[in-house]
Design a protein around this ligand. Structure first.
Ligand code: FES
Ligand code: FE2
Length: 433
């Protein structure tokens, strides 16, 4: 539970807000590279952190991310003509390059140099892992792009997808670090009658065994460990053979969660505020050993991006069509009656309202990671002007080694050691930040 003031503090991300200023200290994905397929192709609208922007790819392949409103009299540059070194406003012809400089002003008197005085908002961007990343904070504080494993790999070994979510970003992140919903929301009825298999032993459990454990042990003991990049959360479940099943999710402050799964190439989510009532969920997956196959690529898109064919800017499954819930399927097959998995998450997080009223919650031990995230966010938002150190900005952090894990360990093994490749402390409860 939060006070109304603290809830607003960490949910509001527009320019000048405390949380908005915290979020602007980090790089965020803002669109997919595939959204701008061609040099000099049409621009796209990008709304991020409450700011209306347009992105375009110039003749040299460079991406520009500039204010949508033309600084002359405010026409939308989304309707602009891209080419010849910039994006031209179709009202009076002012043209802007990727750095926000006005490079042409054909409607000004010959000989005038007024265009030299005109600049528009332009944010630095980097293309990596199939995404366009933006930094919207003070230039003098700009950190390097985090060196995540997927940012080190060639494009053929990475796949990225995106989907809008129609609620505040924090609700969506809280779903990513909520281990105990796995025993309910994502279950099939058949999971509750599974039998354990021979992989109930130290090591990686089979997919069957993982489903069995999540359905059979619907509770998880949640342990949270602070790290230099944010925190790790371990959802611990017992196993029939007397071991411990660990689901380790690493949360890289502020909006990145690497969700528990076996091995190094875990699925990573970035939940980026569009405005205070909408966010964009980016999903990245990589394979450090080989290219992603066409089938893997297609299934990633099919699972993570289901837009409405009649209106490709909107998700197909939404509150106004009740997420196409099938009550017969809900009785017989899927607990939610909604599919696939990401849509189940969208349905529950959006059903809370655009900004959930956190003064009315009843949190319990299963919500330990959610509580920790809120504490870190409140601390960052309140402490920014006092100059506190923000998590995940130390360039010494080995981002490429941060990962998630899902594994069975012996009862007396130290759970914090599992997946702790990025130097996370091995001592239970030790706080690094
Ligand atoms: S409003 Fe864009 S050039 Fe006049
Ligand atoms: Fe989920």
């Amino acid at each position: 539970m939060l006070t109304r003031e603290d809830n607003e503090l960490i949910c509001q991300t527009g320019p000048g807000t405390p949380m908005g200023r915290v979020l602007r200290r980090y790089w965020h994905p803002c669109l997919l590279s595939a959204d701008l397929p061609n040099n000099d192709g049409p621009p796209v609208q990008v709304k991020i952190l409450g700011e209306d922007l347009v992105a375009f790819r110039d003749g040299e392949g460079r991406v520009g991310l500039i204010g949508e409103r033309c600084p002359h009299r405010g026409a939308s540059l989304y309707y602009g003509l891209n080419g010849g070194g910039g994006l031209m406003c179709i009202y009076h012809g002012w043209k802007f390059d990727a750095d926000g400089n006005c490079v042409d002003m054909p409607s000004d008197m010959p000989g005038s140099r007024f265009l030299e005085k005109v600049h528009t908002t332009a944010y630095p961007v980097v293309e990596s892992a199939g995404m366009v990343w933006a930094y919207m904070g003070p230039r003098e504080l700009q950190p390097p792009l985090p060196d995540f494993l997927f940012n080190r790999l060639p494009p053929e070994q990475v796949v990225a997808a995106k989907s809008p979510v129609y609620c505040n970003y924090l609700q969506s992140i809280e779903g990513n670090i909520d281990s105990s919903h796995l025993g309910t929301l994502h279950r099939r009825h058949a999971d509750f009658t599974l039998e354990p298999d021979e992989t109930d032993r130290p090591g990686v459990p089979s997919a069957h065994q993982r489903s069995y454990l999540l359905a059979h042990y619907r509770f998880a003991e949640i342990n949270v460990q602070d790290t230099a990049y944010g925190f790790r959360l371990i959802g611990m479940r017992p196993t029939d053979a007397g071991h411990r099943h660990l689901r380790i999710t690493s949360h890289v402050f502020p909006v990145c969660s690497m969700i528990a799964s076996p091995g190094v190439a875990s699925g990573t989510f970035f939940i980026v505020p569009t405005d205070d009532e909408n966010c964009m969920r980016f999903f990245v997956r990589c394979n450090p050993d080989r290219p992603i196959t066409d089938d893997e690529r297609a299934s990633t898109y099919a699972e993570n991006t289901i837009m409405d064919p009649a209106d490709p800017r909107r998700r197909l499954k939404r509150a106004d069509n009740e997420y196409l819930i099938d009550r017969a399927v809900q009785r017989t097959t899927l607990v939610s009656g909604i599919w696939p998995n990401p849509e189940q998450d969208y349905a529950v997080t959006e059903s809370m309202g655009r900004i959930v009223d956190r003064t009315r919650e009843h949190l319990y031990s299963a919500d330990g990671a959610i509580i920790r995230l809120r504490q870190l966010m409140i601390r960052a938002a309140k402490g920014l002007d006092e100059g506190i150190d923000l998590p995940a900005l130390d360039p010494a952090i080995p981002y490429h080694l941060i990962r998630s894990e899902e594994v069975i360990v012996r009862e007396d093994d130290d759970s914090w050691l599992a997946g702790a490749d990025a130097g996370e402390t091995a001592r239970p409860g030790e706080r690094l930040w």
